[in-house]
Design a protein around this ligand. Structure first.
Ligand code: SF4
Length: 75
């Protein structure tokens, strides 16, 4: 069985978690927020391309669950 790979991309207050095996290539992320999600580049998630709020909003629209995020708790 293939190993589940998880890749994380972070800025100061949010970490985007990507599970490539779950991605169904629906293209929702890069069609709607191309400043952040750039499948032709490596790394393909540019955390400085939009505000954290906008990135989280887009991650919530990923239909496969391949994208998720962890919001950092500020103390
Ligand atoms: S929106 Fe989700 S399923 Fe669609 S390409 Fe992006 S990561 Fe993959």
């Amino acid at each position: 069985m293939e190993k589940d790979i998880t890749i994380k991309y972070s800025n100061d207050d949010v970490t985007v978690v990507w599970k490539p095996k779950m991605c169904i290539h629906s293209c929702v992320c890069w069609k709607e927020l191309g400043e952040v999600f750039k499948p032709q580049e490596k790394p393909w998630v540019k955390m400085d391309g939009a505000t954290s709020e906008r990135i989280m909003e887009q991650v919530d629209r990923c239909p496969s669950g391949a994208l998720s995020y962890i919001k950092k708790v500020k103390g």
